[in-house]
Every structure is written in C-alpha cells, then in structure tokens.
Write a protein that binds this ligand. Structure first.
Ligand SMILES: [Zn+2]
Length: 305
C-alpha cells in the first residue's frame, strides 16, 4: 500500500503474530469439539482475544434418559439409546454454535465490522456459519482446517495465504463489477481526478502502482495531469504533486471509500488507466439541496459498508 494511504490509518497495535499478506480486518474463531479461540486480525497482526470450551458436558445428563453408557463407549451403543444420545449431543452442539456465532458477531461489530473467519472441521464451521445473521454470514470466510490444537503462529501462517487469496478474489470481483457496470461507474485518471475534486466519487478503486503525476494550483488547489504551468481556473502558479500525496486529503474531504487493488485486479484496472470509481447516487445530491444549511454531503452518508 502506498505510504500516503497507510499514513492516514489509525496507529496499529503491533502485537500478536504477523500475518503479512492479509490487509483486511478479521474476527476469527478457531474451533473444534473441545474449545473455541477468538482472534482479531488487523493491520497485519493476529492476536487472541478470548477462549471458551465447546465440550458437551454429558455428566449432568440423566442416566435413565439415555441408558447406560460411557462417552468413550457410545460408538458401541446400539438402538434408541444411541439415537437419543446422538440427538442430544447434536442439539447441544447447535446451541454452542449459536453462542459462538453471537460472540463472533459481537467481536466483528466491535471492531469495525471485521470480516468473520471460521476455522475448524468442515461440518462444525458450516453449522456455525448457519447461525450467523446477515450481513455477517454472507461475508464469512470458511477455512475447513482443524487447527484447534495449533499455536497462534501456526494459525497465522495458515491464514496468511488463505486470506491473501480471499482478498485478491474480492478485489478482482469488485474491479470486474466496476468495469462491467452499465452506469454509475467511471474509469480513467483524468475523469477520476476531476470527479474526486468535485466530490462526486463515492468509492475509488486504484491499482497498486507507483503513482500519477499531477500539477496543482498553489492558490485554489485545483489539480490535473496537464503540464500547463498556470491554473486554468484562477491563473495562479502550479506545482507538481503526486496522486498518492493528494489522495488522503480528498478522501477526508469528500468521504471517499478507497480500495487499493493488486494482482489480476490491478492488471485489469491498469488497462483503463489504473483508476475507477463508483459515483454517488443522484439521490444524495438532491438531498443535499434540501438539507438544512451547514449540512453537506459528508453528513448524509453512512460510514463503511
Ligand atoms: Zn487555481
């Protein structure tokens, strides 16, 4: 990520296990039939934030309901007793999954809608996913690996490549969606630079590439790629400026959601100049006209996704 963008982010907590290729924010649960550990992954670091048992305590269950059994001997049990036992175990696991899902959603919600990541045996994480509400369920990353007994370092190592692939796939999908849009989207540096300054871009997609050089007016701040030494708007002097330097101010001023894309997504985007954007819906600008004085575009737009 360009330094100019990184410098705009909150100061990260440099603690935990480094997960260098995951740029997003994740709420992770690593679970098996014994325990569930909760982790937060943000700013490239994974740290454990909680743990709980997921063991089903059968010792409290009434013997008369279930017949004679020992937990280890249940495989040998036949007939209705075994069915009753299995049914009850299953019901208890579903309850545990509901609790885990609630804890995970709370963790995600308390950390900027961190993307849920479920790590564990396939069947278990699928049940767990089914207990999540939208939009958490749809956003979930499933990692069907039994890492219940593994160290944080091992979990970080496993998540690194999986989440990197996940992010690249998400970026590619978003770039394809933008490039395939019949309306509401624009591409190309010149149009993007102009619209960013007018505040009509809602979401910016930028290829992770060195930079674009612009000339900016020292008086009114207008910037574009023309080499004209004089500002076309006010006639003042212009100086060279890099796009990545200019962007944080524009992002802050106009509440632009920015996504830097890599890999195949960047290659596709570079074919149209490396920059694309979604325009603000017209409804926002019409609301602005009716809004009370002093309340601008920024105030009418919700943060995040
Ligand atoms: Zn000017």
């Amino acid at each position: 990520m360009p330094a100019a963008i990184a410098s705009q982010m909150p100061v990260p907590k440099r603690e935990g296990v480094p997960v260098r290729n995951a740029g997003g924010r994740y709420a992770v649960v690593v679970t098996d039939h014994h325990a569930a550990r909760f982790f937060l992954l943000s700013q490239g670091y994974l740290r454990q934030v909680g743990e709980r048992s997921t063991e089903v305590d059968v010792s409290q269950w009434k013997q008369k309901d279930l017949g004679h059994f020992a937990a280890e001997a249940i495989q040998k049990t036949r007939g209705p007793n075994r069915d009753a036992f299995a049914h009850r175990i299953d019901a208890r696991y579903r309850q545990i999954c509901r609790e885990l899902a609630a804890q995970l959603m709370t963790l995600s919600n308390g950390n900027g809608q961190a993307t849920p990541v479920l790590v564990g045996p396939d069947r278990l994480i699928r049940v767990l996913q089914s207990k999540l509400l939208e939009p958490y369920r749809k956003a979930t990353v499933l990692v069907a690996k039994d890492l219940g007994g593994d160290s944080s370092e091992r979990i970080g190592f496993e998540l690194d490549s999986i989440l990197e692939q996940h992010e690249r796939a998400q970026e590619l999908a978003r770039v394809k969606q933008l490039l395939g849009a019949r309306r509401g989207a624009v591409t190309g540096p010149d149009e993007i630079f102009a619209r960013l300054q007018k505040g009509t871009i809602h979401t910016l997609l930028a290829a992770n590439q060195p930079d674009w050089e612009l000339h900016q007016c020292v008086a009114c701040g207008l910037a574009d790629r023309s080499a004209d030494p004089v500002c076309p708007a006010c006639g003042a002097e212009r100086k060279k400026v890099r796009f990545w330097e200019l962007l944080p101010k524009l992002v802050a001023e106009h509440q632009v959601k920015t996504e830097i894309v890599n890999g195949e997504a960047a290659r596709l985007l570079l074919a149209v100049g490396g920059l694309g954007g979604w325009l603000r819906p017209r409804t926002i600008s019409s609301k602005k006209k009716r809004a009370p004085a002093g309340r601008g575009l920024a105030g009418s737009r919700a943060e995040g996704r």
